[in-house]
Design a binder for this molecule. Structure first.
Ligand code: COO
Length: 258
C-alpha cells in the first residue's frame, strides 16, 4: 500500500509509505490518501487523524517529479499539470482535527499537505520548504496561499521565492509548527495530543475547527456571527448536558458526539 491506514481507538493514522522515494506523492498515494480521508470523515468512531511518513528521512518530498517526467511530451513540455495531489486530499474541509507528524523532509506538496492539517509537530532533523520553483512550477497545492497566511509574509516570501529548506527549529520560530521533538518522541507526542483532543466534546472540537477555518477569511462581524451560530447549535446537544452534569458531579464527562 502507498498509504498505510490504521485505527487506534478513536485515532486514525495515515502513513505515506514510499520511503524509497522519500514518500513522494504519486497518483497511488493521492488515491489511497483520499480513500483514507473519506473513511475517516465518515466513520463515527474516529475523532482525530494523524498523518505521517514512513521511515526517518521524509514526511513527504512532495509531488512525484518522476511522474512529471513520465508525463512530458516529445517537446519536453508538461503533458499535464502536476497532479493536485494535496488539493484533492483536503484535511481542512473535514471538521475532525488532523495532526501532521513531520518525521523528516516536508517539501513541496509534502509541506502543502502538512499545512492542510490543523496541528503540525516536527522531528528535530526535519526540513521544510517549497522548492517547486527549482523545476519550473509553483507551490500550486496551496503553498502560495496558506504559507503567507500561516507565517509572516517576509518569511513566506523567502521560503517560496528561494525554494530553500528551513530547519524544524526555524519552522518553530516562525510558527509553522507548534512543537519540535526528538524523532523517537514524534509519534508518542502526536498520539498524546490526539488522545487529549479525544477526551474533549467532539462536536465542540469540530465546531471550533469549522469556526476557525470558515471564519478566517470573513470580516470580524461575519466571523462572530458564524461563531454564534455554531455555539447555538451546540446548546441542545446531549454532550453539553453531559459536560455540565459532569462538572457539577465532579467527575470526568463521557462524550458521545450526540
Ligand atoms: C530529495 C530530498 C532532498 C532527499 O534527498 P536525499 O539525498 O535524502 O535522497 P535522494 O535525493 O537520493 O532521493 C532518494 C530517492 O527518492 C531518489 O530515488 P532513486 O534515485 O531512485 O533512489 C529520488 O529520486 C527520490 N525522490 C526524492 N524526492 C522525490 C523523489 N522521487 C520523485 N519525486 C520526488 N519529489 O533529493 C529532493 O530534493 N527531492 C525533491 C524535492 C522537491 O523538489 N519537491 C517538490 C516536488 S514538486 C511539488 O511538490 C509540487 C506541488 C504542487 C527530498
Amino acid at each position: 500500500m502507498a498509504v498505510d491506514y490504521e485505527k487506534k481507538g478513536k485515532i486514525a493514522i495515515m502513513t505515506i509509505n514510499r520511503p524509497e522515494a522519500r514518500n513522494a506523492l504519486g497518483a497511488d498515494v493521492s488515491r489511497e490518501m483520499n480513500e483514507a480521508m473519506v473513511d475517516f470523515r465518515d466513520d463515527p468512531n474516529l475523532w482525530v487523524a494523524i498523518i505521517t511518513g514512513a521511515g526517518d528521512k521524509a514526511f513527504s518530498a512532495g509531488a512525484d517529479i518522476k511522474g512529471f517526467a513520465r508525463g512530458l511530451d516529445s517537446s519536453g513540455a508538461a503533458a499535464a499539470e502536476p497532479a493536485r495531489t494535496v488539493e484533492r486530499v483536503r484535511a481542512d474541509q473535514i471538521w475532525k482535527p488532523f495532526i501532521a507528524a513531520i518525521n523528516g523532509y516536508a517539501l513541496g506538496g509534502g509541506l502543502e499537505l502538512a499545512m492542510t492539517c490543523d496541528i503540525r509537530i516536527a522531528a528535530e532533523h526535519a526540513e521544510l520548504g517549497q522548492p517547486e520553483i527549482n523545476i519550473g512550477i509553483i507551490a500550486g497545492a496551496g503553498g502560495t496561499q496558506r504559507l503567507p497566511r500561516f507565517v509572516p509574509r517576509a518569511m513566506a516570501a523567502k521560503i517560496l521565492l528561494t525554494g530553500e529548506r528551513i530547519s524544524a527549529q526555524e519552522a518553530l520560530r516562525i510558527g509553522l509548527v507548534s512543537d519540535v521533538v526528538p524523532l523517537d518522541q514524534l509519534m508518542p507526542t502526536a498520539m498524546q495530543i490526539a488522545e487529549t483532543i479525544c477526551q474533549k466534546a467532539p462536536l465542540s472540537v469540530r465546531a471550533t475547527k469549522q469556526a476557525m477555518i470558515q471564519g478566517y477569511n470573513l470580516p470580524l462581524n461575519e466571523g462572530l456571527q458564524l461563531e454564534h451560530e455554531l455555539a447555538v447549535g451546540l446548546r441542545s446537544t446531549k454532550d453539553r448536558a453531559e459536560g455540565v452534569r459532569a462538572f457539577v458531579e465532579k467527575r470526568a464527562p463521557v462524550f458521545k458526539a450526540e
